[in-house]
Design a protein around this ligand. Structure first.
Ligand code: NDP
Length: 330
């Protein structure tokens, strides 16, 4: 049966302006790093994407290397786009990135123009798209002049293969330089994709200030610390969890007793707020108005539904915020 998106799909989502740009992003975006590879169940991927779109999630984030194997998440996404979403491309913001290893030899990773533009062409072919909305340099290349990397992003935009340029994982100083260099090409650096969660707060030290002054948005990836900031690991390591999967980026050793203690204390607070740990963790990231969107991964539709309910209880009292600080410092 043909997929017909929910008619009321724009009824409850909140859309935030991405820096000083015309682009609005949903407060919650969906990432396809895990759970969309060739190793995953295709129909489950399809159900997740439909549920997301039905709930007003318009932004879908990919990268050349997502899988496994690398490239397969873009292929899965391309198949589902064709089957279910071909009439809705203009309602979607699709991003991809290049920076990590994709093919052998000297042109298969990092930040040269040679690599970035070849990789973007490959991504477009895998997703069967004419353009992506956002193309990112996935990581800073210390060996390549930043001018060249930014010129490659600008060229992708000039060629119409990307509408906007972004950077990911760049430290604050290099973010400022990248933004200025892109500006010199007549382009605006739209967005920085950075890790940010209760367990990983590096962006608070200068990066967010830099983004604000440059008029760039910030999309926070792994806001649930890959699933740790949920109830997933409170009773051991579930067999179907990311930590248990051989290809999962979260390792069993990451589920430490110290983290579990903090998660238990966070759960007590979340219970009092009448929400799940995941909902509280996402709302906490979004408490800073410089965060445009939280970029979440899910392995099933129920997790997505749980996360979406965060929007109905996203405010914190001063006391709650300081209780969270105390828990995280413990
Ligand atoms: P999260 O921190 O959101 O972790 C996702 C995992 O958390 C899920 O796979 C699931 O684990 C678990 N989970 C999600 N919701 C719930 C819930 N409500 N209850 C219980 N468990 C839940 O993000 P990711 O690490 O997946 O990253 C999100 C996206 O960010 C990626 O897909 C990618 O697009 C982007 N990213 C970008 C990077 C970059 O370098 N630019 C690096 C990493 C990510 P389980 O699978 O065990 O069920």
């Amino acid at each position: 049966m043909n997929y017909l998106p929910a008619k009321n799909r724009y009824g409850s989502m909140q859309y935030n302006r991405c820096g000083r740009s015309g682009l609005l992003l949903p407060a919650l975006s969906l990432g396809l790093w895990h759970n969309f590879g060739e190793v995953d169940v295709f129909e489950n991927c399809r159900d997740i994407l439909k549920a997301a779109f039905d709930a007003g999630i318009t932004h879908f984030d990919l990268a050349n290397n997502y899988g496994p194997p690398p490239g397969s998440a873009e292929e899965t996404f391309g198949r589902i786009l064709k089957k279910d979403f071909s009439a809705y491309r203009d309602e979607m913001v699709i991003s991809t990135k290049a920076g990590y290893l994709m093919w052998p030899g000297p042109y298969g990773e990092w930040g040269s123009k040679k690599y970035l533009l070849a990789s973007l062409d490959q991504s477009l072919r895998r997703m069967k798209l004419d353009y992506v909305d956002i193309f990112y340099s996935h990581r800073l290349d210390p060996q390549t002049p930043l001018e060249e990397t930014m010129d490659a992003l600008a060229q992708a935009v000039r060629q119409g293969k990307a509408l906007y340029a972004g950077i990911s994982n760049y430290p604050a100083d290099e973010t400022l330089k990248a933004s200025k260099l892109l500006g010199e090409t007549g382009n605006h650096c739209l967005i920085h994709q950075a890790s940010y969660s209760m367990f990983n707060r590096w962006v608070e030290d200068r990066l967010l200030d830099t983004l604000e002054s440059e008029g760039m948005g910030c999309i926070a990836f792994s806001p649930l610390a890959q699933g740790l900031l949920t109830d997933r690991y409170l009773k051991g390591i579930p067999h179907d969890s990311r930590a248990a999967k051989p290809h999962g980026f979260l390792k069993i050793d990451d589920v430490s007793e110290q983290k579990l203690n903090r998660i238990r204390s966070l759960k007590a607070l979340a219970d009092r707020r009448g929400q799940s740990i995941a909902q509280m963790a996402l709302a906490w990231v979004l408490r800073d108005s410089r965060i445009t969107s939280v970029l979440v991964g899910v392995s099933r539709v129920e997790q997505m539904e749980d996360n979406l309910n965060m929007l109905s209880n996203a405010d914190f009292s001063k006391e709650e915020l300081s209780e969270i600080e105390d828990i995280l410092a413990d």
